[in-house]
Design a protein around this ligand. Structure first.
Ligand code: ZN
Ligand code: ZN
Length: 346
């Protein structure tokens, strides 16, 4: 089978390897779609602590099951599925408490195991056992299903931040994750959503993708002042920072309301993880800060259900397609920030 093998940092090779056979408890998937994620770009340039080279990366995967190993009764060849790539162990302190995203032994497809930038992909037993293989309803295409993973991360964040009815929700960063945040907040019942961005080009792309009450270019406008004006001086109930910029995190704390919540959804660069924080703001506002970085298999199932119900429409996020042979070109394109989501098809 054809795979895109990352042999080392920035060394990607399209090559043939033997098509794996599913062992007991495993399923084999013929990959239909693998979407490119921001982390795929990071991994291409910098590697990842969970990755040993060579590795087939790619973790936003949908496809058709073509073979199952022994002891598999839930799935059969012909099933159309989406795979939740973050694989909990099912048997640790957090897993037993239903917090699989925090699993102490978390592993991931495309990191620890070969991923979806390939013609076929094995889903390991521990992933099958822990609910990582989700059947796609007939009305969800493979392309839409591939966006279940990013949407799952957004659901995890808004659950933790308790985004709810009547909230004013501000999202800083208007990439695909930021846009999904705006859509989910509206679906949940937020009365106002505001999106903030420094790049005019990305702001324009977001305007074409998602409905929101106000778009702010924070390079040209005072976003903190505008949010205060919009909320009669109170600030936003929830602020989600969907970019990896320290200044944005600081601004978020300034613009959150009393008793509100700020979610650091985007991680900061490893060499610049510190921000300045006026802790008195937290003291007097009685507000909270949460962080989120992933999702659990059940968030992936909820994401598929939301897509299937039509409450979250993800088709419009797919702005470009590439063949697996051109993965490197596709990664370069993703890096420009000029696309929402790029789809790779084997
Ligand atoms: Zn992803
Ligand atoms: Zn666990």
């Amino acid at each position: 089978m054809k795979v895109a093998l990352l042999e080392d940092i920035e060394k990607l090779k399209i090559t043939e390897i033997a098509t794996p056979k599913p062992q007991a408890g495993e399923v084999l998937i013929k990959v239909e779609v693998c979407a490119i994620c921001g982390t795929d770009i990071k991994v291409f340039h910098h590697g990842h602590r969970l990755i040993t080279f060579p590795r087939v990366t790619g973790h936003e995967v949908t496809g058709e099951i073509t073979a199952v190993g022994e002891n598999i009764s839930r799935y059969k060849p012909g099933n159309r599925v989406a795979v939740a790539p973050a694989v909990p162990c099912g048997d640790c302190y957090y897993c037993h408490r239903g917090k699989q995203a925090m699993c102490e032994n978390l592993q991931a497809i495309g990191y620890f195991w070969n991923g979806g930038f390939a013609e076929y992909m094995i889903v390991p037993k521990v992933a099958v056992d822990n609910g990582c293989v989700n059947i796609l309803p007939d009305n969800v295409s493979f392309e839409e299903g591939a966006l279940a993973e990013p949407l799952a991360c957004v659901i995890n964040a808004q659950e933790l931040s308790n985004v709810g009815i009547g909230d004013t929700v501000v999202i800083i960063g208007t990439g695909p994750m930021g846009c999904l945040h705006a859509e989910l907040a509206r679906a949940i019942g937020a009365t106002k959503t505001v999106m903030i961005e420094v790049s005019e080009e990305r702001l324009e792309l977001a305007k074409k993708t998602v409905e929101t009450d106000l778009f702010i270019n924070s390079r040209e406008q005072d976003s903190i002042k505008l949010i205060k004006e919009l909320t009669h001086g109170r600030g936003a109930d929830k602020v989600i920072v969907a970019c990896g910029v320290g200044k944005a995190q600081q601004d978020a704390i300034e613009m959150v309301a009393n008793l509100g919540n700020v979610n650091f959804f985007g991680g900061l660069p490893k060499d610049k993880p510190y921000i300045q924080l006026d802790s008195n703001i937290l003291h007097y506002k009685e507000c909270s800060i949460t962080g989120t970085h992933g999702s659990s298999p059940c968030h992936n199932q909820i994401a598929i259900d939301l897509i299937s119900s039509g409450k979250i429409k993800v088709k419009k996020y797919i702005t470009k397609h590439y063949k697996l042979d051109n993965l490197e070109e596709a990664i370069a394109r993703a890096e420009t920030g000029k696309e929402m989501k790029i789809i790779i098809k084997p």
